[in-house]
Design a protein around this ligand. Structure first.
Ligand code: NAD
Ligand code: DAU
Length: 355
């Protein structure tokens, strides 16, 4: 049994769907269902008894204690977080609460639960903390890519809250020998990503004929990884990673934001041409993000060398799949942007209560 936090979000739901298909191991999914969480992402599971959904907050210690006692997970895969940099600039409080205090709560309850286990199970227990490359700060044009030894230098409230969580996770290994592993991954993209992030936002706006807002000069660089490649890397780390270690995960495909947006426009031109004008005509340069990190690049030689992981998608193949998914799932986008899925959650869960 795995305890997954944030499993109704973008990466968490992809992780649950792909893990149930790959290994069949049952999963308890604890998610608060913030604006970014949508249990409908898991509709494909139907009434699969291997997936047990619990609506709740990772800061709720009593709930965590109860879930550990009842489900006795062999591992935690911790995705739950406030994840959007721009929101952290407007309202950082929730980021500190969920990302730092929430991770602390989970660490404390995991530590107490593990202490209660027999020795054989104690050794096998894992706490996999899913983190970000943003904790390393920003690179200059010619700097080498981030390695696991790069010093932390977070620049946004989001990155600082994730860095705070990473430090707590590290301390629980050094102080209590809780078998933690941290992964630091680059920008993910793919199905079920909330259309506030660059790629789904651009697809959504383009299809609606709205401006495509490129921050600053559009020359900021991100490394992009298809979400299912990230999920496969997490499974490799969970099964074969060494406790107390950190692993970088990346797609080895640095791309400038403007090129990403133009790539999306080109794909849409092929797949659903505009009636009048071209999608690229909608591109608009807008005021930059405050403190906008210029460049991220990830060296994931440790992960590929130690655990034999390699990404299967190139950025071209992954972006094509992603655009096709959004074209085939316009109702999903309409629901999450209108908030209609919240009504569905109320209807579906109000009478069932928390599990
Ligand atoms: P997301 O915003 O799509 O999903 C976050 C999920 O966490 C949502 O389902 C939300 O309801 C849930 N949640 C938020 N606060 C909660 C709380 N207090 N208790 C329980 N659940 C709560 O995020 P994502 O993009 O899927 O990212 C998942 C994790 O991966 C995050 O920790 C993020 O920092 C990390 N990460 C993301 C990326 C990326 O490109 N998206 C890259 C590297 C690392
Ligand atoms: O690097 C990993 C991180 O990637 C994760 O930890 C975060 O959770 C995830 O949100 C993502 O952070 P970014 O800030 O890099 O992603 P975002 O999609 O918000 O922006 C990607 C780039 O595109 C960034 O340089 C800002 C720019 N951008 C973004 C938006 C939303 C625009 O130019 N216009 C936009 O409208």
């Amino acid at each position: 049994m795995l305890l997954v936090t944030g499993g109704a979000g973008f990466i968490g739901s992809n992780f649950i769907l792909s893990t149930l298909a790959a290994t069949g191991e049952p999963i308890v999914n604890l998610d608060k269902l913030t604006y970014a969480g949508n249990v409908r992402n898991l509709d494909a599971l139907g009434a699969d008894p291997r997936h047990f959904f619990v609506k709740g907050d990772i800061c709720d210690r009593a709930l965590l204690r109860d879930l550990f006692a009842r489900h006795r997970p062999r591992a935690i895969v911790h995705f739950a977080a406030e994840s959007h940099v721009d929101r952290s600039i407007h309202a950082p409080g929730e980021f500190v609460q969920t990302n730092v205090v929430g991770t602390f709560s989970l660490l404390e309850e995991a530590r107490a639960f593990r202490e209660s286990l027999p020795d054989a199970e104690k050794g096998a227990f894992r706490f996999l903390h899913v983190s970000t490359d943003e904790v390393y700060g920003s690179l200059g044009e010619r700097d080498p890519a981030f390695t696991e030894a790069t010093a932390y230098a977070p620049n946004s409230p989001y990155a600082a809250s994730k860095a705070g969580a990473d430090h707590l996770v590290r301390a629980y290994w050094h102080t209590y020998r809780l078998p933690v592993i941290t992964t630091n991954c680059s920008n993910n993209y793919g199905p079920y990503q909330f259309p506030e992030k660059l790629i789904p936002l651009m697809i959504h706006h383009a299809l609606a004929g709205k401006p495509l807002p490129v921050y600053g000069d559009g020359q900021n660089v991100r490394d992009w990884l298809y979400v299912l490649d990230h999920c496969a890397a997490l499974r490799a780390v969970l099964e074969r990673g060494r406790p107390g270690e950190t692993y970088n995960i990346g797609g080895d495909c640095e791309t400038r934001n403007l090129d990403v947006v133009q790539g999306i426009c080109a794909l849409l031109e092929e797949m659903r041409p505009r009636g009048t004008g071209r999608y690229a005509d909608l591109i608009q340069f807008v005021a930059d993000r405050p403190g906008h990190d210029r460049r991220y690049a990830i060296d994931c030689a440790k992960l590929s060398g130690e655990l034999g992981w390699a990404a299967r998608e190139t950025f071209d193949s992954g972006l094509k799949k992603t655009v096709l998914w959004y074209l085939a799932n316009e109702q999903w986008v309409a629901d999450v942007t209108s908030g209609a899925y919240r009504t569905w959650v109320d209807v579906n869960y109000a009478k069932r209560g928390a599990a």
